[in-house]
Design a protein around this ligand. Structure first.
Ligand SMILES: O=C(O)CCC(=O)C(=O)O
Ligand SMILES: [Fe+2]
Length: 311
């Protein structure tokens, strides 16, 4: 089926348009389209977003250089397991996003600009991580503003809840994902896939993927459908806390990454970059419609609950 996941043209609201120059009618139009996508599918592609493709490509290239280093080098950058541990490497098969499956066939590298260490795998990787993180923050603000208008709530409500993006009191962070090639003789464990089924925890996620494919999204009534790579787009999806905030009006859809059937894709590595967005730690997420279908909860407590259930 063609385009089960909507592709929305964001040009009139892209990053090159300064906030003060945004036209109300354009924000309203983009807002309407993203709200529709997020309430039916929970995912959309945004094209003409204004984030430099070169910046994304450079970050992916430098990430890949790291992932291809020997284990003992990567081990020096291993991430701790505490809740507020935002920096570093997580090894192959270490995480299972769906706990009923074997370990995911992936490695990741995580980053938060407020917890920037002295030692990096390379200075270029550091600079590129910083640059992309800051750009993702700007784009996040734009998406939240447009979405607020789409939802018919005050335009600043959601950006105010994410006021401290990039500071220590907001846990939004960047993750580089690397899915190594699956070699011909490799024996996978039963049920093992590149990334198990899950919903994201936070409010929204920005996702950039390379051209290999394998991401699938579980659309209500349609089962898992491929989110095929579309060059020049960013995928935006709803997380569980946004679903709660909107009393289930916007939906956090299950998604996963499967092993491609096409031989050469299986033998290729795959890369993706996710920017996971959460409100500020102390922000109280209370159902926007005022009916308290779910109890108010702070962003931090919600994250802690989900974290404890996973680790
Ligand atoms: O690799 C991908 O395309 C998806 C990554 C993802 O869903 C996640 O890290 O939460
Ligand atoms: Fe995800």
């Amino acid at each position: 089926m063609a385009n089960a996941i909507p592709i929305i043209d964001f040009e009139q609201c892209d990053l090159d348009v300064e906030t003060e120059n945004l036209k109300q009618e354009h924000v309203a139009q983009c807002g309407k389209e993203v709200k529709e996508a997020f309430s039916t599918v929970g995912f959309c592609y945004l094209k003409n977003h204004g984030i430099s493709q070169e910046m994304i490509d450079r970050y992916m290239r430098l990430s890949k250089e790291f992932f291809q280093r020997p284990e003992d080098f990567k081990e020096k950058f291993a991430r701790g397991t505490a809740l507020k541990n935002f920096f570093g490497w997580i090894a192959f098969e270490r995480e299972k996003l769906n706990p009923s499956r074997p370990g995911d066939l992936k490695e990741t590298f995580n980053y938060h600009i407020a917890f920037d260490p002295d030692t990096w795998p390379s200075n270029d990787y550091r600079d590129s991580s910083r640059e992309l993180f800051l750009t993702c923050i700007r784009f996040t603000r734009r998406v939240l503003e447009v979405l607020s208008v789409g939802l018919g709530i005050p335009r600043e409500l959601m950006t105010d809840a994410h006021r401290y993006l990039g500071e220590g009191s907001n846990p939004s962070s960047l993750r580089s994902l690397y899915y190594p090639p699956i070699s011909e003789g490799a024996v996978l464990k039963p049920g093992q896939i590149r990334l198990g089924e899950h919903t994201d925890y936070g409010t929204i996620t920005l996702l950039f993927q390379d051209d290999i494919g394998g991401l699938e999204v579980e659309i209500p009534g349609q089962g898992f459908v491929p989110a095929v790579p579309i060059p020049g787009t960013v995928i935006v999806n709803i997380g569980a806390l946004m679903q709660r905030w909107t009393s289930d009006k916007l939906i956090a859809t299950n998604h996963r990454v499967v092993v491609p059937e096409v031989e050469f894709k299986k033998r290729s590595s795959r890369q993706a970059v996710a920017f996971f967005i959460h409100p500020d730690d102390e922000y109280i997420v209370k159902c926007l419609d005022g009916f308290d279908k779910y109890e108010p909860i702070s962003s931090m407590d919600y994250l802690r609950q989900r974290f404890d259930a996973t680790y």
